[in-house]
Design a protein around this ligand. Structure first.
Ligand code: KG4
Ligand code: ZN
Length: 362
């Protein structure tokens, strides 16, 4: 199928055209991140206003780049697509409504099926897009050879985003069981909140990654807790990191002296737990595949740690993680997810749901 994907759950307005759930024909993203950097975080109303400004030009560009329709507002009847897929949740209600209502209008206008997509499940499908990278058997850097075969199921999938941290067993398309998740802050949220305490710019994840990469071991600082790492479950807890960082950072008059050291330690603390719990799940459920997904999957230390741990263990795991630009929010994985989990509805049946969870659509 040729699917037009639309994603507006947070501060990105994105549209992509994807063929057969794998081949990206166009990939367009407008982001209001610079605006949120000025306020140190997202103000939902501002994000929604930016979505309204960007949605039509972004869809129009995605269609025209894919050679499908030069002008969606003109007299051209309907573009040559088989369906429209749209993120219905979870996310910010104002932002979600812009994408959902636009998708419904276009589906009605063009008489196309509309496929509602769960944003969290969709992140996993970045690993179906070409190119994906088979990591651990290859080089550790981003020049790893693109792997074009599809992941073998069942798989353990770790979805780490700004608002969610979920560990799931993906048995087959549409058949998923949640085996663990965070009890409090999500991994991305922990990056964002500790970055703010360290005076590092929004969004915190990439800022911490950059500061941590500068750290060469010159400052000794307190070790942060690896919460729940040794517990026999698949739960995570990251909220304690804020308290520890606030207390430790208060001991320094000039934070710039220790910013990089703390960034390194925060990154180590978060990634140690994520890697330990995901590998424990792979062992217990004996899956051939491990899929890493969500914005935090763009973190190079996390990617590297998985690769190193797997390489140094007797486990035979096909570890997959998409290139960083496909891990953070975009519409290509929305279209890919729709292809493999197609539940086309008429536009009247589709509604935004900001509090959707990863297993709601199962
Ligand atoms: O999946 P995503 O793009 O949006 C949501 O669905 O939430 O994830 C955003 C999260 C933010 O918390 C951001 O700080 C984090 O992903 N993130 C990273 C990196 N890039 C984005 N965290 C660590 N390292 C990165 N390079
Ligand atoms: Zn996301």
């Amino acid at each position: 199928m040729i699917i037009l994907g639309i994603e507006t759950s947070c501060d990105e307005t994105a549209a992509s055209v994807v063929a057969d759930g794998r081949k990206i024909l166009s990939h367009v993203i407008a982001t209001s991140q610079d605006m949120h950097a000025k306020t140190g975080g997202i103000i939902p109303e501002n994000a929604a206003r930016e979505q309204v400004k960007s949605i039509i030009p972004v869809i129009q560009e995605a269609l025209s780049t894919a050679g499908l329709a030069p002008n969606i507002l003109g007299s051209i009847p309907s573009p040559d697509i088989d369906a429209i897929a749209v993120t219905v949740g979870p996310g910010l209600i104002g932002s979600l409504l812009v994408g959902v209502e636009t998708a419904k209008t276009l589906a009605a206008l063009w008489d196309k099926p509309l496929i509602p997509v769960n944003h969290l499940v969709a992140h996993i499908y970045a690993n179906w897009l070409e190119p994906v990278i088979l990591s651990y058997a290859k080089d550790l850097d981003s020049s790893a050879t693109p792997q074009n075969d599809i992941p073998v199921l069942p798989a353990i999938a770790l979805v780490v985003s700004g608002g969610h941290t979920d560990l799931v067993l993906l048995k087959s398309h549409g058949d998923m069981k949640k085996i663990g998740g965070t009890r409090d802050d999500a991994a991305g949220e922990a990056f964002d909140k500790t970055a703010r305490l360290l005076d590092l710019p929004y969004p915190g994840g990439p800022s911490i990654g950059i500061a941590a990469a500068r750290f060469k071991g010159e400052k000794q600082i307190a070790k942060l807790p690896r919460s729940l790492i040794a517990e026999d479950n698949y739960d995570f807890s990251f909220s304690g990191l804020k308290t520890h960082i606030a207390r430790e950072a208060a001991k320094y008059r000039d934070l710039t002296e220790v910013q990089d050291a703390f960034a390194w330690e925060v990154q180590e603390a978060i990634t140690d737990v994520l890697v330990a719990k995901a590998l424990k799940a792979v062992k217990e459920f004996n899956t051939p595949t491990l899929l890493l997904a969500g914005g935090v999957a763009a973190n190079s230390r996390l990617r590297e740690k998985f690769q190193l741990e797997i390489r140094n263990s007797p486990l035979e795991i096909d570890f997959r993680v998409a290139p960083p630009w496909l891990c953070t929010d975009n519409a290509s994985y929305i279209a890919a997810c729709a292809e493999f989990n197609s539940k086309a509805l008429s536009w009247q049946e589709v509604a935004a749901n900001p509090s959707l969870t990863i297993i709601d659509s199962q």
